[in-house]
Design a protein around this ligand. Structure first.
Ligand SMILES: Nc1ncnc2c1ncn2[C@@H]1O[C@H](COP(=O)(O)OP(=O)(O)O)[C@@H](O)[C@H]1O
Ligand SMILES: [Mg+2]
Length: 295
């Protein structure tokens, strides 16, 4: 797989007649631009090229997301999803999707009522989506096997760089027990996996758009995962962090033991990515220690 070429993306967009092309983000396996075409604003996302064009993030955007939207949009009061208006599986820059531009502002993470007033209603609505009808479309599941794989990869790298000690491994693996012992009857819930402020846009007082569905997945601990993931990005201030943990822990949406396990899992996974950035590393180590000491 080759990296995405920004100039190929721009060439493609220009050929389509797009104007005011602005890069929003460019990573090795995806790039996203805002453009104006015929007076309308769009977000155009390019995915890494693959032989037949079917990389999972592309499938998630062009097949699964529209199905979720048509199933749920009449029932949801709080969640807004971008419309996928055009799918281009084979541009010179790779597969691309065109989405409607969501007019909104990034949610404010310092807002105290964030969890109760903003996030819980969103998670409650995600909970209402059944997953069965999405399986034939290729929906990904995140289960024991995937947890093992992620943990093995992250722990291996963190031990090698001496970020964590070999003697910590047992404690980390023990902390995963609630995830491994989830009852079969616990329902699967979907999310965009990367549930955090950067991917949530406030549209109005009641509605939030969830964007960035590259990692769309279903798991039996998705609400706990989303909250753990969100908290990791939310605050470095100990008092606020504690208050947020208390709020989460007393919510009827959350199983506290599963939530704590998710906090450990997320810290370990994020640490692998940020282990060479001293400030982020320190914050993640702190939050790992905090969450492990919660157990
Ligand atoms: N449909 C959209 N409407 C408005 N803003 C968008 C839209 N899609 C993306 N953005 C903006 O672009 C940023 C990057 O897009 P995103 O899909 O999250 O890319 P990445 O996978 O690089 O995180 C978002 O954080 C958001 O600010
Ligand atoms: Mg994003």
């Amino acid at each position: 797989m080759s990296d995405i070429s920004e100039s190929d993306c721009i060439t493609h967009l220009l050929c389509e007649g797009a104007q005011h092309i602005k890069r929003l983000s460019h990573k090795n396996n995806r790039a996203i631009f805002s453009v104006i075409l015929n007076g309308q604003k769009y977000a155009v996302k390019f995915f890494v090229k693959s032989g037949n064009g079917v990389t999972y993030p592309f499938v998630a955007h062009c097949d699964i997301l529209p199905s979720i939207k048509s199933y749920a949009e009449h029932q949801w009061r709080h969640i807004v999803l971008p419309d996928i208006v055009r799918v281009q599986p084979d541009t010179i820059a790779g597969p691309a999707v065109w989405m409607t531009w969501v007019q909104g502002s990034q949610i404010k993470t310092q807002d105290d009522s964030l969890l109760l007033d903003t996030l819980f209603p969103l998670l409650n609505e995600l909970k209402s989506i059944p997953v069965d009808f999405l399986i034939p479309l290729g929906l990904r599941f995140y289960q024991q096997k995937e947890i093992h794989k992620d943990l093995r990869k992250s722990i291996g790298s963190l031990v090698k760089s001496e970020t964590i000690k070999r003697s910590d491994i047992h404690c980390i693996e023990n902390a995963m027990t609630p995830l491994y012992e989830i009852e079969d009857s616990r329902p699967f819930i979907i999310s965009n996996e990367d549930f955090r402020a950067a991917n949530l846009l406030r549209v109005n007082n009641h509605q939030i758009a969830i964007i960035d569905w590259d990692g769309l997945r279903a798991s039996q601990f998705e609400i706990e995962h989303c909250l753990a993931h969100m908290l990791l990005f939310l605050t470095e201030e100990p008092e606020t962090y504690k208050r947020l943990i208390d709020t989460v822990s007393t919510s009827r949406l959350v199983d506290v033991e599963i939530f704590k396990a998710c906090c450990v899992l997320r810290s370990i996974i994020q640490l692998r990515f940020w282990q060479h950035q001293p400030i982020k590393k320190r914050f993640l180590m702190d939050s790992l220690n905090k969450t492990l000491s919660l157990n």
